[in-house]
Structures are given as structure tokens and as C-alpha cells.
Design a protein around this ligand. Structure first.
Ligand SMILES: Nc1ncnc2c1ncn2[C@@H]1O[C@H](COP(=O)(O)OP(=O)(O)O)[C@@H](O)[C@H]1O
Ligand SMILES: [Mg+2]
Length: 345
């Protein structure tokens, strides 16, 4: 297979922990032709979408040690047409650049893009998490989203609980996630104005039910083709409300509970329908907090905690999709040939 990873720059990778590197290593080990490029490397040549790529040089043996694989990797630089790849694996970090998706639009019928570009568009903000059908808030915490300060002030005032979570609609990595308490209502208006007005045109803000138990940690579940394939628990530092590893959280082993499995079953079909084949969901106390669709991380830590290699499952899945597409194209070719050979006059 010809595989392109559209991702952050190679030299920004931390080889000890990086999930994309584990996926790349798996593909190179399987002797696929593997190229990497950043969204900045996309270009159009004579109306053909292409990318300035770095292609891994092939070698007879690929070291099993991922850190030394990273250090020793050698590339050949080449401008390559996107439609020549069997799959493009999207691993760029948020925020999502709509122009990247425009480049990919023209090749979407030729290439299996994971995750699908429409899915990436739909799930680009935390509104997506609130869009799963759950009228009784069994799986999804009560969520309010607005740019209207007075409305959000009222929401906090009328809240049954004396604390809520406030966060930007399009944040990531725990940035701007704070706990707001009713007792601090005198500062709330000013805080909201700051959150809402700090961007051009104003930012949407989420005010969400505080899910009890968050201080004990959240669960990251990796979903592949609509099903859970691995999980871990992230515990926040004692001085923080956020469990994100980048915000100082640490990880421990986690086995999915019955309700967490039910949650995965509830959301899995929609994820697949939306072309979100490989995502990381954040779950607190069996409630869905976030669906991470761009470059979800956690592979290395889940591998280590459970002595597995998640990257194998992911690449098995990609291969199965590409092979099925290939078989379909082959059949079409044969049927076309049958008609041509029938010498219809
Ligand atoms: N409703 C909530 N209740 C309790 N804790 C929350 C809630 N929402 C977010 N958090 C905490 O903040 C962290 C980051 O929030 P999240 O919505 O996942 O945003 P980000 O995209 O920044 O990771 C979560 O992992 C969790 O620890
Ligand atoms: Mg998160």
C-alpha cells in the first residue's frame, strides 16, 4: 500500500510517547510505502492535488525499537500526487485547517481518508459531543453553548449544582477549562466577557454540568470502527481540575465498566456513519465529555498498561478497507472487460 500521513512536523515528535510514530512504524514494518507531509506541504500542480513528501527509505530489517527507528529514519523527498495514495491518515493537531480539507476534497473518491474529511468538519468542535441522541442525559452531561453573556449568567444562577465547568467550544489540550462556582458569581460576568470577546466575532462558550468524580480522573477510550479497542484512566494532578496529560495528569490501567461499554455501543454507529473511524473519547464517571477526532493520542500508554500493540489493530483495519476497495475496483474492471469482450455491435 501507499500510505500518506498528513501530520505535524517529524521533528516535533516525542519518540517515547507519540501515537502517530507508532502507526508509522507499524506501516513501515509491514513494508508499505510510507510518506509523511504536513498540511503546509500540500500544493496543487497542474490542477492535481499533491504534497511535498518525505518518503521513508526502505530497508530489509526495520528495528522493533521505536525510538531508534525514529532516530535512524531516512527519507527521500518527493512531490507526489495525493490520488496515488491508497490511504491518507490524518494526524495533524487541532485546530483544523479548512484549506487542508479543500485539498483533500478532490481525491476523496480515490483515497481512503481516515478520518473522513466530512467527519472532521462535523466534529470540529465540542458541539459534536452534545449532538448524540441522549434526551435524558444518560450518557452526555447537560451542556449549554452560547455567546450571550446574560444567558450564561442565568444558567449558572439557575443551576441545581453549585459548580459548573466552563470551556471554550473549540479548545483542546485542556486549555481554558475551568471550574466556576456559584459563590463566585460576582466575577462570572467579567470572566464570560473575557472568554466570549477575546476572539474576532466572539467565541462560543460551553457551560456544562460538572460531572462528579472528575477529581478521580477521566477515562480515554480509543474507538476503532465504532468499537472500543483500548482504554486508560488519566488522573489529574492534585492541584488541577483537568486530567489532560499535557496539564500534568498521569495514567493508570482501566477496564471498561458495563456502562462504559453501553456508552460505546450507543455512540459507535454514529461515529462510523460520520466516517470517524479512529477517535479517542474522554469519559468521566461513565459520561461522554469529548470526542477527539484529530490525531487522538494514547496508543503508547495504553500499550504499556495492557501489554498490547494498538497500532496493529488500527493498521489491520486500514488494510482491510483498502483491500475491500481494491477488490471492488478489480470486479468493476472485470465486468467492464466482460462487456467489451461481448463485442456488442
Ligand atoms: N463536565 C465536566 N465535568 C468535570 N470535569 C470536566 C468536565 N469537562 C471537562 N472536564 C475536565 O477537563 C478536561 C478537559 O476537558 P475536555 O472537554 O476534554 O477539553 P479538551 O479538549 O481541552 O481536552 C477533562 O479531561 C476533564 O478532566
Ligand atoms: Mg479532552
Amino acid at each position: 500500500m501507499n500510505i500518506l500521513f498528513l501530520m505535524y512536523p517529524w521533528d516535533k515528535i516525542d519518540p517515547e510517547t507519540d501515537s502517530t510514530l507508532r502507526l508509522i512504524h507499524e506501516c513501515v514494518s509491514r513494508n508499505h510505502t510510507v510518506a509523511i507531509a504536513t498540511p503546509h506541504n500540500l500544493t496543487m500542480r497542474d490542477s492535481v492535488s499533491s504534497a511535498f513528501c518525505q518518503v521513508f527509505k526502505k530497508s530489509d530489517v526495520v528495528t522493533a525499537n521505536i525510538v531508534s527507528f525514529y532516530k535512524k529514519a531516512e527519507f527521500q523527498k518527493s512531490q507526489l500526487p495525493l490520488a496515488g495514495f491508497d490511504t491518507i491518515i490524518m494526524r495533524a493537531n487541532p485546530p483544523l485547517d479548512p484549506i487542508t480539507l479543500n485539498f483533500l476534497d478532490s481525491v476523496r473518491d480515490d483515497v481512503f481518508i481516515m478520518n473522513d474529511i466530512d467527519g472532521l468538519r462535523i466534529a470540529n468542535t465540542k458541539l459534536y459531543t452534545a449532538s448524540f441522541d441522549d434526551p435524558t442525559n444518560h450518557f452526555i452531561p447537560v451542556t449549554h453553548v452560547s455567546k450571550t453573556t446574560e444567558y450564561l449568567v442565568d444558567v449558572l444562577k439557575e443551576s441545581k449544582s453549585d459548580k459548573m465547568i466552563m470551556k471554550p467550544l473549540d479548545g483542546y489540550g485542556g486549555h481554558g477549562v475551568i471550574l466556576v462556582e456559584k459563590s463566585a458569581h460576582k466575577s462570572f460576568q467579567s470572566l464570560l466577557e473575557f472568554y466570549i470577546n477575546s476572539g474576532k466575532g466572539g467565541n462560543y462558550v460551553i457551560l456544562q454540568e460538572y460531572v462528579e468524580g472528575a477529581d478521580a480522573g477521566d477515562v480515554r477510550i480509543m474507538m476503532l470502527n465504532g468499537e472500543p479497542v483500548g482504554a486508560m484512566k488519566r488522573v489529574p494532578a492534585s492541584n488541577d481540575v483537568r486530567s489532560n496529560i499535557h496539564a500534568g495528569g498521569s495514567v493508570i490501567k482501566h477496564v471498561l465498566t458495563k456502562n462504559e461499554k453501553a456508552l460505546c455501543k450507543h455512540i459507535g454507529p454514529k461515529l462510523v456513519r460520520d466516517g470517524l473511524y479512529f477517535v479517542g473519547i474522554d469519559v468521566i464517571n461513565e459520561k461522554l465529555i469529548e470526542v477527539n477526532v484529530q490525531s487522538p493520542g494514547g496508543i503508547m500508554r495504553i500499550n504499556k498498561l495492557n501489554n498490547v500493540k494498538l497500532q496493529k489493530k488500527v493498521i489491520d483495519f486500514v488494510e482491510s478497507v483498502v483491500n475491500a476497495k481494491e477488490a471492488l475496483a478489480q470486479r468493476k474492471h472485470e465486468f467492464r472487460k466482460a462487456i467489451n469482450d461481448a463485442h456488442i455491435i
